[in-house]
Ligand binder design. Sequence first.
Ligand code: SAM
Length: 310
Amino acid sequence: MSNSTNIKNKLRSVGLAPRKSLGQNFLSDDDVARKIVRLANCKPDDIGIEIGPGIGALTKHLAQAVRQVIAVEIDRNLIPLLQQELAGATNVTILQADALDVDYASLIREAGGDENTPVRVLGNLPYYITSLMIRRILESRINTQSVVLTVQLEVAERMAALPGDMSMLAVGVQVYGKAEMLMKLDPSVFYPQPDVDSAVVRIIPHGRVEHTSELFDLARAGFSQKRKQMRNTISAGLRMTKPDVDDLLASVNIDPTRRAETLSIPEWTHLAGAYVERGYGRANRSDNLTSDSDNNSEVAAPSTANSTEE
Ligand code: SAM
């Protein structure tokens, strides 16, 4: 029996089918699952956090590589199946929750760790929560060493883009760490098969970044109108006069005729620093420009990846 049929039968045995709305394309190739876990470079004393374990394809390998795994799955219907699959693994805690709402620092403490405990994060996520999830994890007070994500190929390429091809997604990820695309995955390694190729991306976090909210405000404004110059997009998006924008950009040596996709991460961070220094930061704004825009939910154009028959 093929692995796909095996997964299908397991789901059917408890009256379930993959849910498209939750991006449920389960990994059906055990060798690939092992390779993905290996890319996280886990050490025996690490704690592993898995976002969206599904029915445990990655979880069982992660459990062998670290001291403790915390697996956060939103779909309560999958939990009994997941428990059954992981019955032999005594170091896995399964939490039924939306991974966007979880307090990761508390989870690590409950698992016997603290803010210095090395943490490895793994996930195979629906594209629409990827960027926000990365932000949640990397802004938590936990010691994340690596984040290994399986996403659709196009999203992986955009996450790891270089200046010239940057997007809101690339900025949203690379502000927190170095992103590398490490492995392409054919649709055939999933059940059900998505319509497009996928890829594994690894993010290695760097130190904490200052003024991320303002940086994202600037980036959102910068990327809001494709192919327009920074002078125009920042002025329109953040309601600043063009001379003020020119002045701000000149203070960090950014030519105001450049476009947002050409800026590097150091340029975005310098720009955010200058923006705050000049009193434009969130703390000083009385308008509502920034009130509902903190989730950086960017972002990728809707696509058919991770789509399944419901
Ligand atoms: N990791 C498993 C694998 O590779 O077979 C499952 C991957 S499947 C693409 C994505 C999983 O993430 C599903 O089990 C889905 O229910 C879960 N999921 C989706 N959104 C979630 C969220 N906000 N929080 C936690 N889990 C989520």
